[in-house]
Design a protein around this ligand. Structure first.
Ligand code: SF4
Length: 102
């Protein structure tokens, strides 16, 4: 009985260490600006911008693949201006801001 408890404790400790290491080295950095930009887009997921959906377009904007918000026709001019202001003034995880326009 004692041996079984000790074996389980050792296995638990080893797995805990492995999970701790995996959390440290395999962490995927998520740029929170993608969520914010997605929430400001029209949400039609129509594909008119050339991306499969609004989150895809937001990701392209945040990753610098696209620099014109006007590729999305359904989003209002007011929301587009908010996106431009947000991306031009909010630094990403690397500390840099983007240069996007309407
Ligand atoms: S055009 Fe605008 S509404 Fe349509 S998928 Fe692209 S970002 Fe979304």
């Amino acid at each position: 009985m004692i041996n079984a408890i000790l074996a389980l404790a050792v296995i638990g400790a080893v797995l805990g260490v492995i999970l701790g290491i995996a959390d440290k080295y395999l962490k995927v950095e998520v740029d929170n600006r993608i969520e914010v930009v997605t929430s400001k887009l029209a949400g039609a997921n129509c594909g008119g911008c050339g991306y499969p959906g609004c989150q895809g377009f937001a990701t392209a904007l945040v990753e610098g693949e696209v620099d014109k918000v006007s590729r999305c026709a359904p989003t209002s001019a007011e929301k587009k201006a908010e996106i431009v202001e947000f991306l031009n003034t909010t630094p990403g995880p690397d500390g840099n801001t983007l240069k996007v326009s309407l």
